[in-house]
Structure formats: C-alpha cells, structure tokens
Ligand binder design. Structure first.
Ligand SMILES: Nc1ncnc2c1ncn2[C@@H]1O[C@H](COP(=O)(O)OP(=O)(O)OP(=O)(O)O)[C@@H](O)[C@H]1O
Ligand SMILES: [Mg+2]
Length: 164
C-alpha cells in the first residue's frame, strides 16, 4: 500500500494525525520518518488527541520513550511515543527494549525508526514526511500488504484534500 497526501500547515498535519489516531488500536506500530522539523511530533500529537491522552505530549528526543494513558474505541490503551534519533548502534535498540513495547495493549509511535528496522513488525505502518520549515509537506503512508489501505480509507484521512 502506498498513499500520499499534502499538508500545507502544522494544523493540517495534526488533523491528519487525529484522523489516523481514530482508527488505531492496541498492537499497532506506526513509524514516523522525515528530516528534523518535518512534522513527525506534530502528527504524533494529533494521534494522542484522538486517543484522549490528557497530558501534553512532548518530544521524547532525550528520553527515547514516553508512555501515555489513552483510550482507543472506549478501551484503555497505552500510547508509547519513541524517538530513536540519538541511537547509533542496533545494540542500543535492544538495551532500550524497543521490541518489548510491541504488545497488544500498546500503540507504538516511533520517530527515526531506521536503526530498529530489523525488529519492526511486518504489519507496521510507515509514514514518511517530506519537507521542512515553511514548505508544504508531502506525507506518504506505506505498508506491506493492503490491510492498512482499508483502515486508512475508514479514517477520512484522504477527504477534504481540496480544502487545504
Ligand atoms: N505542514 C506542516 N506540517 C507539520 N509541521 C509544520 C508544517 N508547516 C510548518 N510546520 C512546523 O514544522 C515544525 C515541525 O516540528 P516537529 O517537532 O513536529 O518535527 P519532527 O519531525 O518531530 O522533528 P524532530 O526530528 O526534530 O523530532 C513545527 O514547528 C511546525 O509548526
Ligand atoms: Mg519529533
């Protein structure tokens, strides 16, 4: 599956995250790629809002991982937001325990997932954001197989593109 949408503002990227968040459930792993300042955390915050996370979400750049309590379709879920930017060696991925968070009661968002690519589940969703600064963003959604295509269709992610 491969889909691309355009985002002309941080608010729109947040709204895309919100719509995506509404179709997420425990066990999902979402990888967020793109340059520094692309909008990965902006999108993650939209997901957190959709999952009724009450605390303000901050960037886990220095802590690697922050866990929030959320709700997905009226069921409690853990939202685990990771940022692997500062990792240099795959061994560190193991030490931090990235694999341990892939649990059925957790939705996992991973910024800078490259270093962990060998352990990412086959059914994860990858979001790649191109552009930075005040440039428009092209936001690509890709996955192995077509299951995510069905779910994204249900998310209204691709409606209202003309209203950007
Ligand atoms: N269309 C857009 N989508 C997302 N962010 C945008 C857009 N246009 C401008 N911005 C700005 O770009 C910045 C994105 O910052 P954000 O922290 O989300 O990036 P990031 O990809 O998480 O970076 P990092 O790799 O440092 O964690 C924000 O300041 C936001 O206001
Ligand atoms: Mg970030």
């Amino acid at each position: 599956m491969e889909l691309v949408v355009q985002s002309l503002s941080a608010d729109y990227t947040h709204a895309l995250g919100y719509n995506l968040g509404k179709v997420l459930r425990g066990g999902d792993v979402v990888c967020l790629s793109g340059d520094l300042g692309a909008g990965k955390t902006a999108l993650a915050k939209g997901i957190g809002e959709a999952l009724a996370v009450q605390e303000p979400m901050t960037s886990p750049t220095f802590t690697f991982q922050i866990e929030y309590a959320g709700m997905a379709k009226d069921k409690p879920v853990r939202l685990i937001h990771m940022d692997l930017y500062r990792l240099r060696y795959p061994e560190e991925v193991e030490i931090i325990g990235v694999e341990d968070v892939f649990q059925e009661d957790a939705i996992c968002l991973i910024e800078w997932p490259g270093i962990a690519e060998d352990i990412l589940p086959d059914d994860s969703l990858t979001i790649r954001i191109e552009g930075s600064g005040e440039e428009p963003r092209l936001i690509g959604f890709s996955s192995q197989g077509e299951a995510w295509a069905e779910r994204l269709k249900d998310s209204m992610l691709f409606e209202d593109q003309e209203d950007l």
